[in-house]
Structures are given as C-alpha cells and as structure tokens.
Design a protein around this ligand. Structure first.
Ligand code: C2E
Ligand code: MG
Ligand code: MG
Length: 524
C-alpha cells in the first residue's frame, strides 16, 4: 500500500534502546566486584604486581579501569543519539506516509488512501456483513470555469467543494479526491438504495449552491454514481469503484445534477459497448463503414442540390448498423476522425460521376474540432478526388459550440477560409445562443426534424419553424428543413420561405445517390 519500505517495518532496524547495554555493564561490574571480593583478587593482584613494580602494572590497571568507564559513558551517549535519530526518522516517515495518502490540493484522502480503506472494509477481518456505500461524484460545468478563469480559481473552487462535501460526513466516513474534479465517498452502515437516496439528494443539492471564489460567483453541480459493498464479501476495491463509475456514467448521460445506483444490467450494456468498440477499431480498415446518401432538395423547383453523407456500418453478423449505435462510441474511443475522413473519401469517389455543382454535406463531431489539422486533412481528400471545396458543406451540431466555442471558432474559420459552407445541424435542440449564430461564420441552419414532423398537430411547432426561418433570413443564413415526410409539410415550408428540404418524402439514405427527383420519389 505504501510506495516505500517503512523504516518501522524493518525488524533489523528495531527501535534502539540503551537498556541492554546498561544491563550488560551493570552485570559485568557486579560479577567483577563479587569475584574480587570472593577470591581476594585485590590482594592477588597486589601480590602479583609487587615484584614488577618497575613496570607500573598497577597504574596500567587503573588506566584500563578508566578506559572501561569512559567507553561505557561513550556507548551510553551514543545509544541515546541513535535513539534520538531513530525517533526523528520515525517522525519523518510518519510525515511521508501522510503525504503519500493525502491529496496535496484539498488535504483530503487520495486514491491510494481510498483503496486502503476499501480493502480494510472488504477484507476478511472486517465486521462480517457490515454494509457500506461507495459513491463517486464529479462536477458538472467545472471545466469551463477552469478554462475561462484559470487554474488558480479552479484550484480554490476544488478546495471549497472539498470543505462543503466534508460537512456531510459522519464519523468513520471517508471523502477522497481521485484526481481532477472527481471525488469518492465511503459512507458506512448503508446497504440499500433507500439509505442513500436522501443523502445523495442533499449532497448534490448542496454542491449546486453557488461558490464564491475571490470576486467570482461559480455555479457548478455534481453527478453521482453509487454502489454497495459488504465486509467479508468477495468484492475488490477495483470492482466496487468500477461499479460506482458505471452508475456515475449513467447519471451523467441521463441529465447530470443527479445520481444513479449501480445495477447488474449496466454491466451487460458495458459489455456490449466494449464489443462494439473492439470491432469498430477494425471496421474502417475492413471497409465496413460506408457512406449512405440522402438527397437535399431545392423546395422551389424540386431539384436535387446535394446529398448528406450518413454513416452506416455494414456489419458481418449484425447487418446494417445505424449511426446512433456507434457514432458516440467512435467519438469516445477516438475513432470518429478516421471514420469521418474515410466516409468523405468514399463519397468523393462516388461524386466523380455526378452533375457538376452537386454538393456533399458531411457531419463533423464536436471532438473533431480539437484536431487543428482537420481542415488540412479534409482538403487533402478533396484535392485527391478533384472535388471542389465550394461543393462541400460541413454540418456541426449545436453541442459542438457549447463544449468549447473558441476551439470551434478557430476550426470553423479554417474550414470557411478553404471555401467550404458551414451548416448548424439539428437547430433548436441544443444550447447555441443567438450570439453564436451572429459571431460564427455559418451559412445555413438545419431545422431539427422534431419541429418539422410536429407541424401538422402543433401550432406551436408551426410558429417555431416560421420564426426560425425568419430569424435565419434576417441573419443572412439559408435554411434546410429536416424530416419532411409529407407533401403538406413540403408545401408549407416552401410558403414559409425555406430553401432546402430533406426527408423521406424525397428519399431515404441509400448507398447510391439517385440523380433525379423522379428517381428519388420512386425510391421513397
Ligand atoms: P442528422 O445529421 O441530423 O441526420 C439526419 C437523420 O435524420 C438521419 O438519421 C436521417 O436518416 C434521418 N432522417 C432524414 N429524413 C428523415 C425523415 O423524413 N424521417 C425520419 N424519421 N428520419 C429522417 P441517421 O442516418 O440515422 O443519422 C442519425 C444521426 O447520426 C445524424 O443526424 C448525425 O447526427 C449522426 N451521423 C450520421 N452519420 C454521421 C457521421 O458520419 N459523422 C457524425 N459525426 N455523425 C453522423
Ligand atoms: Mg446532419
Ligand atoms: Mg440533423
């Protein structure tokens, strides 16, 4: 558990003491005195030295006696010094031990300490059957604060969070910082969901209260995953933390600012996800990820202007896998960049035979914005295929802007500078602000299909669609309506001034692009 061999654990370095030395000296003196007395050695020595008086043997003996006393005093003092040294070392060791088990920033227990505490609670020596909860929580919205206001503010905020979280602990509970904005708790005597629900609610709501760091008011929140452990059960600290982590992942994907308990079904989901991730790693190489094309139609005259490239995984056993099942995994596994470029490459190959001016629309994930070489890589593919950058539209979702606007801005500017068109996808479902629309170089808004599909039943949706089109025009942007399935919707959107339409009415995504609307309608 400790990163070093402890001084006090080494038997050969057992605590030194002067007691044995003193005992030996005392015993030798006593025995000597008794022997002198018993055998009249003084007389014997005296008698022995008389004939050799010239050799000063008596003086020699006195000197020897002095040396013996001096050596005894020195050895006692040395023993004391060694003992002092030993105690200082023990103290330093204690300090090192504390450092090795403490998080330097917050003073809380660290991961190593947490492991030790879990091991003890789970171990055979622990109170049999005593239940406890392990909670992992991390902060929502911490990264933007750290990025915008700097690490010093981030550090102070973490210290305050540690203090506030500690106020919820009872004696014997443990709070640890695992790293970054991730923390863990061990709560004793809790073995069921009911025991922990109230605690988790209070805990999360207290962390969502504002924090004051210098002059700043910071609003963060927390998401929490909870798993239960039991003394003497066949669990490991790693296994338990993994379960709490899975539950945390679920809490974060289901809305943040909330908590979830671990259930066995989560393991099955993770197993499936791991399998998909493993297979996905080779899928591009094996040519299994293919572009499907869905037409983008000019609503005024029904002409096909271009095609959106939609990813499909042609899996040897699962068949046609839709992007909903693998795009997020590809993003998390760092594979989306490769997939996206491979799709563009294959699409450009098909586009060689298309009428001039037909454009392609490519979906780009938020994570791809972090690649500073993105525009260069895209242009390399376009140049190779002889496909004009002016005929490539890049679709990004609103969430890409929320993650890191500055990074998104730089990438968008670079793409725009190469001549590409930029479209904001699924507009109305994310968190982009009008400020984003004004300050980023978009050319087009794609109205999310949920609004379009509800137009027949919901007057609100009709009003919203009309307002989005009007706003888009006033900002100098064009609009595409997604999810058009009926003639009535197409007509209404045309009357509202929407330029482009996309939907099953015109054609479903297909492996080959169809060139005329007649062909398209036939396919649909
Ligand atoms: P999206 O970019 O908004 O694409 C439109 C989605 O709506 C497509 O789903 C399309 O098949 C579906 N759709 C189009 N018209 C209709 C309609 O009339 N009715 C209905 N019900 N649906 C319609 P798909 O192909 O399953 O793609 C889902 C999402 O996956 C895409 O939404 C996009 O966000 C993502 N995606 C697909 N391919 C890629 C890719 O290569 N890269 C990235 N990053 N994301 C991709
Ligand atoms: Mg799209
Ligand atoms: Mg869309």
């Amino acid at each position: 558990m400790y990163p070093f061999k402890r001084f006090s654990d080494q038997p050969e370095l057992a605590r030194p003491t002067i007691m044995p030395d003193l005992l030996v000296v005392t015993a030798v003196s006593l025995i000597g005195t008794l022997a002198l007395h018993r055998f009249d050695w003084f007389e014997a020595v005296y008698a022995f030295t008389r004939p050799y008086e010239s050799h000063e043997i008596d003086n020699l003996l006195i000197i020897v006696a002095f040396i013996a006393v001096g050596a005894t005093v020195i050895s006692i003092r040395r023993s004391r010094e060694v003992r002092r040294e030993y105690e200082q070392r023990l103290k330093a060791e204690g300090h090192m031990e504390t450092l090795a088990l403490t998080d330097a920033l917050t003073g809380l227990a660290n991961r190593r300490h947490l492991y030790g505490a879990l091991k003890r609670r789970l171990g055979a020596g622990s109170t049999e059957g005593s239940g406890f909860a392990v909670c992992i929580f991390d902060l929502d919205r911490f990264k933007p604060i750290n990025d915008v206001h700097g690490h010093l503010v981030g550090d102070r905020l973490l210290q305050q969070i540690a203090q506030r979280a500690q106020a919820h602990l009872r004696s014997g509970d443990l709070l640890a910082r695992l790293g970054g904005d991730e923390f863990a708790l061990i709560i004793n005597n809790s073995s069921a969901d009911e025991d922990m629900s109230g605690f988790a609610e209070r805990f999360i709501s207290s962390l969502s209260e504002p924090f004051h760091v210098d002059q700043l008011v910071c609003h963060v929140g927390a998401s929490m995953g909870i798993a239960f452990g039991q003394g003497g059960a066949s669990q490991t600290p790693d296994g338990l933390l993994q379960k709490a982590d899975l539950a945390l992942y679920r809490a974060k994907t289901e809305g943040r600012g909330t908590f979830r308990f671990y259930h066995d079904a989560m393991d099955a989901k993770v197993h499936e996800r791991t399998l998909i991730e493993l297979e996905l790693r080779n899928a591009v190489e094996r040519g299994q990820i293919r572009p499907y094309f869905q037409p983008l139609v000019c609503l005024r005259d029904g002409r096909i202007e271009g095609y959106e490239i939609l990813a499909r995984w042609i899996h040897p056993t699962m068949g046609l896998v839709s992007p909903d099942r693998f795009i997020t995994i590809a993003e998390e596994a760092g594979l989306i960049g490769e997939i996206s470029l491979s799709l563009l490459d294959q699409a450009c190959e098909q586009a060689r035979s298309w009428p001039k001016g037909t454009y392609l629309s490519l979906n780009i994930s938020p994570v791809q914005f972090r690649d500073p070489q993105l525009s260069t890589k895209i242009c390399h593919i376009l140049d190779k295929a002889g496909f004009s950058a002016e005929c490539l539209e890049i679709e990004i979702t609103e969430n890409a802007l929320v993650h890191d606007v500055e990074v998104a801005r730089n990438t968008l500017m670079a793409l725009k500078a190469r001549g590409m068109t930029l479209a904001l996808d699924d507009f109305g479902t994310g968190y982009s602000s009008l400020q984003h629309l004004r300050s980023l170089p978009f050319d087009k808004l794609k109205i999310d299909q949920s609004f379009v599909m509800n137009m027949s039943e919901s007057a609100e949706s009709r009003k919203l669609v009309k307002a989005i089109i009007a706003m888009s025009h006033s900002l100098g942007l064009k609009t595409t309506a997604e999810g058009i399935e009926t003639h009535a919707h197409a007509l209404r959107l045309t009357q509202m001034g929407c330029e482009t339409g996309q939907g099953y009415l015109f054609g479903r995504p297909a492996p080959q692009a169809c060139q005329t609307l007649a062909e398209v309608s036939g396919a649909a």
